[in-house]
Design a protein around this ligand. Structure first.
Ligand code: PLP
Length: 433
């Protein structure tokens, strides 16, 4: 399968090229040239299949031409070492819990898959691959844990000193092994600048095998389609087959776009809802037909604080640029912090289901948008305990911290301090064996 750039100013790439580059040279997003439809029998039998079995079939449709079937199966099975259960909240509303992975957020799926795919491509090569990632919190933990112990790959997580929460920091500074945390005396933007400069530096390019693990990478993006199929399979077990609506709390729109790809592959989803916080650029696009990025504003659902959703280009591409086709498949909604607080507390007290601030936007958009006869699934993208300070204050109750998170909290923080200038960073990278 070849991957073309959404900007169409760069040649198409192989899977290996697309994965190791991340962004195309013309700054476009790599997108598969074809999206295969899966046979009707698959959708009939899905109810009896496991998460891993279903995902392997979906993975073959994208990656089957480029990766040996046994290897691909290992990658998929190893990635999905956890479940994604569909839990009824009330009436026709279900939560797809995507927080049972190592860092308790849906990004684990894409990060773990990408790590294993890179290791596959790097096998037998002499040079170690070095992955650089800048983080303001959550991406660093998913990527670091996704790559932990993967042979042939060293990961460097750059984060702004004193600007991430303790729980987030522990998730990528306590791991050791092939993960190095670099504590930058600066802001998140500084971290991003350092990473970008490293990729553009001719000396480093020559001497080391550098790559990025950002969220637009096809190897992080496409595997997110797996759990849409599995969600539907779990509805089949309940004898629900029609009028399924899926609602996705969205920031960069990678997650929902993977769902739109699943629909294009034949998954019988009637329509989607994109739930935003106050960063409602997509909702405004649906209303006006104009895409107008703006600086992001800080909200309680901070992983969705995005002012220029990077996967928007893939959505437009999928619908041939047609605003009306996009509106026919995707509805939108946006909520303020006050509305997030109100809904999170209400669902906890009334239905005894604890949402996190992101999932809260998804739940509310579904509860408000679902029509009679429809069945709704919202994606619960993170465990509420990851935001326990905020959540405890809203519900006026203690949040139980899962053992996985507690274990991180007991680990010892280890970092390399760095000034926010490229000279220091380059010197550090050049000193590595
Ligand atoms: C990253 C993230 C999102 C947003 O996902 P996109 O793919 O960027 O739209 C939503 N919720 C949580 C908890 C996240 O970490």
């Amino acid at each position: 399968m070849r991957y073309y750039s959404t900007n169409r100013q760069a040649p198409s790439a192989t899977l290996e090229e697309a994965v190791s580059r991340g962004l195309a040279p013309d700054k476009g997003l790599y997108t598969p040239e074809t999206i295969k439809r899966l046979p009707p029998a698959f959708f009939h039998n899905m109810g009896e299949m496991s998460f891993q079995e279903i995902s392997f079939i979906v993975a073959e449709a994208f990656f089957g031409e480029d990766i040996d079937a046994n290897e691909l199966k290992n990658i998929v099975y190893d990635t999905l070492c956890f479940d994604a259960p569909l839990v009824k909240v009330h009436d026709a509303i279900y939560s797809l819990e995507l927080f049972h992975g190592p860092t308790l957020a849906f990004k684990d799926v894409g990060a773990r898959f990408m790590a294993r795919l890179l290791a596959y491509f790097n096998k037998g090569k002499r040079k170690e691959m070095r992955v650089l990632v800048a983080t303001s919190g959550d991406t660093g933990s998913a990527v670091a844990n996704g790559f932990l112990g993967v042979p042939g790959i060293q990961v460097y997580v750059l984060y702004p000193k004193g600007k991430v929460s303790e729980i987030q920091e522990k998730q990528f500074t306590t791991l050791g092994r092939n993960i190095t945390a670099i504590e930058v005396n600066g802001t998140f933007d500084d971290c991003q600048r350092l990473v970008k400069s490293a990729f553009m530096d001719k000396d480093l390019q020559k001497t080391m095998n550098l790559t990025s693990a950002n969220s637009i990478n096809v190897a992080r993006f496409l595997p997110q389609s797996f759990y849409y199929f599995y969600a539907y399979a779990q509805l089949l077990r309940l004898d629900i087959t029609d009028d399924v609506v899926i609602c996705v709390p969205s920031g960069n729109f990678g997650n929902i776009t993977a769902g739109l790809f699943a629909k294009r592959m034949g998954l019988p989803v009637k329509r989607f809802i994109a739930a935003n916080n106050r960063n409602d650029i997509f909702l405004q696009y649906l209303r006006t037909g104009k895409y107008e990025p703006r600086p992001s504003i800080q909200t309680l659902a901070n992983a969705m604080d995005v002012g220029a959703p990077s996967n928007f280009a893939r959505v437009v591409e999928l619908y041939g640029g047609s605003h009306s086709a996009i509106c026919a498949d995707i509805a939108g909604a946006a909520y303020s912090d006050d509305q997030i607080r109100e809904t999170l507390a209400d669902v906890y007290h009334r239905y005894h289901y604890l949402l996190d601030p992101h999932g809260t936007c998804g739940y509310r958009a579904l509860a408000e948008g679902l029509q009679t006869g429809e069945t709704g699934i919202f994606l619960e993208t993170a465990h509420p305990a990851k935001f326990c300070g905020t959540v405890e204050e809203i519900i006026g109750d203690k949040v139980e911290i899962p053992e996985t998170l507690q274990r991180f909290m007991q680990g010892k923080k280890q970092t390399i301090p760095l000034e926010a200038d490229f000279f220091s960073f380059k010197r550090y990278l050049s000193s590595l064996k």
